[in-house]
Design a protein around this ligand. Structure first.
Ligand code: FES
Length: 356
């Protein structure tokens, strides 16, 4: 989906709650650690359900492979229109010869998904980023996994389910959609039920309304891990329901900021910023987002959502402090002041040194 991404795994007790620069969380610095852009060949575009296509990408050069990815990861597509959009991978980790994404032609989108539906075809070449993962699957514990997928939010969950099948573990998934005909990848989920995955479906038109997450989740155990990806109201409902039920192991992927950061509120404060790798120092004026200032200065920096949700622009802080305004970093990570999302976050100190 477009994290469609925007995406963030927020967990109350997730691996990302540790030091963001520690090895387990290094993937959250994907925009920094994996800044290389790849060229992909569109191998196939197929209709999944009403308004959704699945796009299969493979390396453009024969004999090459893609970088490995973890379940829950997403990639950025650099569209010819100049837009950069992020989409979750729905294929199984371990497949190095292809990435598969699902794209909803969302009328409320900013145009990226529509462009893909109208213009991207098999045989096209398209620049993409290496995978980043803000929605990590907990593979370390034997605890049961419970997933709630809302519409196109099923895409990262599908990859997670495939991974659990690889590991020989079971899981329970609740798929919610407005109707059966608009439920993406329903056939694939049904297929996974023969591999240890239990499936509950909720279709608003058949049920006469939205799902009651409390009744759907109440029977599960507090030690289980709970994952959700879907529209913002569902995520908010999911988080509050898990809190009421006393579930601590809660993971969500957010594709849009809860409260979109408007251009005015996204402005940095006036600040002197040294970009250590680039060897330049600049004043960030009050009326300019830091990301834009860096791009104008010719700095090579990855970015995608520009809303503080995808993690693409995450930049290591070497000196100074940021006023964090993103939805990517956990509270502990923000307090650690080790990195910041320069698309939305402000300078807190008068001077900052960044690893750019
Ligand atoms: S561009 Fe997505 S978090 Fe900054």
């Amino acid at each position: 989906m477009t994290l469609h991404l925007v995406a963030q795994a927020h967990t109350t007790e997730s691996p990302s709650s540790a030091d963001p620069l520690s090895p387990p969380a290094a993937a959250s610095l994907g925009g920094v650690a994996h800044s290389g852009r790849l060229t992909a060949l569109v191998k196939a575009v197929s209709t999944v359900c009403s308004g959704v296509v699945s796009i299969e990408l493979c390396p453009a050069a024969a004999g090459e492979t893609f970088p490995a990815f973890e379940a829950g990861a997403h990639i950025d597509l650099h569209l010819q229109s100049g837009m950069v959009r992020s989409y979750s991978l729905h294929n199984a980790p371990g497949e190095h010869n292809r990435y598969a994404i699902g794209v909803l032609n969302d009328n409320a989108s900013r145009g990226g998904s529509r462009w893909i539906h109208e213009h991207l075809r098999a045989g096209d070449h398209i620049p993409i980023s290496s995978p980043r993962n803000l929605f990590a699957l907990n593979e370390q514990q034997p605890a049961h996994s419970v997933f709630v997928a809302g519409g196109i939010g099923v895409t990262p969950i599908l990859s997670m389910l495939r991974r659990l099948v690889q590991l020989g573990r079971g899981a329970h998934v609740i798929l919610c959609a407005r109707s059966r005909s608009s439920a993406p990848f329903l056939d694939e989920l049904v297929h996974l039920t023969s591999r240890g995955i239990s499936l509950h479906t909720h279709f608003d038109d058949e049920a006469g309304g939205a799902p009651c997450l409390r009744s759907l989740l109440a029977a599960h155990q507090p030690r289980d891990h709970f994952y959700c990806c879907g529209p913002s109201p569902m995520l908010t409902n999911f988080e509050s329901t898990c809190a009421e039920l006393g579930f601590a192991n809660v993971h969500v992927e957010r594709f849009k900021a809860d409260q979109p950061v408007s251009p005015k509120t996204a402005l940095t404060g006036h600040c002197t910023v040294e970009l250590r790798k680039s060897g330049m120092t600049m004043e960030i004026p009050k009326n300019k987002p830091a990301l834009q200032a860096f791009l104008d200065a010719g700095v090579d920096i990855e970015f995608s959502c520009e809303e503080g949700v995808c993690g693409a622009c995450e930049t290591r802080i070497l000196e100074g402090e940021a006023e964090h305004r993103d939805s990517v970093l956990s509270g502990a990570q923000k307090a650690a002041q080790k990195s910041m999302m320069v698309c939305v976050s402000r300078c807190r100190s008068d001077r900052m040194v960044l690893d750019l």
